[in-house]
Design a protein around this ligand. Structure first.
Ligand code: SF4
Length: 189
């Protein structure tokens, strides 16, 4: 006879971290940028740019076991104009570099980039003439996830680092001098 598995409920549910602010009897006040940061970091829309094996780890990440939806990022999009997190997974050939850059340019601000796996971060084991030795040669990268391939837990860790960044980023990221200088090094205005 097959016994049904008992349903387990997690009693210790973690509630999202409340931003700094002022609390009192029946009210909580914080600054606008902190409230926007909280909303942005918990509703990222990833654009998966998967060219090889690391993409398989991403598929596992989106499945029910690892479930990226828990972080508010289940809405994967394939239109750069609708996404704000470019996740690059896999070997990027030099011929693919301009395509990747074009996708990045089509994303609206604010936008962030994750290099997932050794190939996207540094060319990985493919130290050869047709392979781009890291996507940061063509676009700026916010978070690098090591591994060949990284396990889904590793990608989740990288994703949480992006969330940290997004939560603290200024509302007008694009207008900050530091960001403009960074884009200028890539010839992006
Ligand atoms: S890092 Fe490893 S697993 Fe990922 S795309 Fe490159 S060779 Fe494949």
């Amino acid at each position: 006879m097959i016994m049904a598995r008992p349903v387990q409920y997690h009693t210790k549910v973690k509630v999202g971290k409340i931003p700094e602010g002022y609390t009192g009897q029946g009210f909580f006040a914080t600054s606008f940028d902190k409230a926007v940061g909280l909303a942005r970091k918990n509703s990222l829309w990833p654009l998966p740019f998967a060219t090889s094996c690391c993409g398989i780890e991403f598929m596992a990440l989106m499945g029910s076991h690892y479930d990226l939806a828990r972080f508010g990022a289940e809405r994967v999009g394939f239109s750069p104009r609708q996404c704000d997190l470019l996740m690059v997974m896999g070997t990027i050939a030099k011929k693919m570099g301009p395509v990747l850059r074009e996708v990045y340019l089509q994303m609206a601000e604010p936008r962030w980039v994750m290099a997932v796996g050794a190939c996207a971060a540094s060319g990985g084991i493919f130290d050869s003439y047709p392979v781009l030795q890291g996507i940061d040669q063509v676009i700026p990268v916010d978070v690098y996830v090591p591994g060949c391939p990284p396990r889904p837990e590793g990608i989740i860790d990288g994703f949480m680092k992006v969330q940290e960044l997004v939560g603290q980023e200024s509302l007008r990221r694009r207008n900050s001098d530091r960001y403009k200088e960074l884009l200028a090094t890539y010839g992006i205005q």
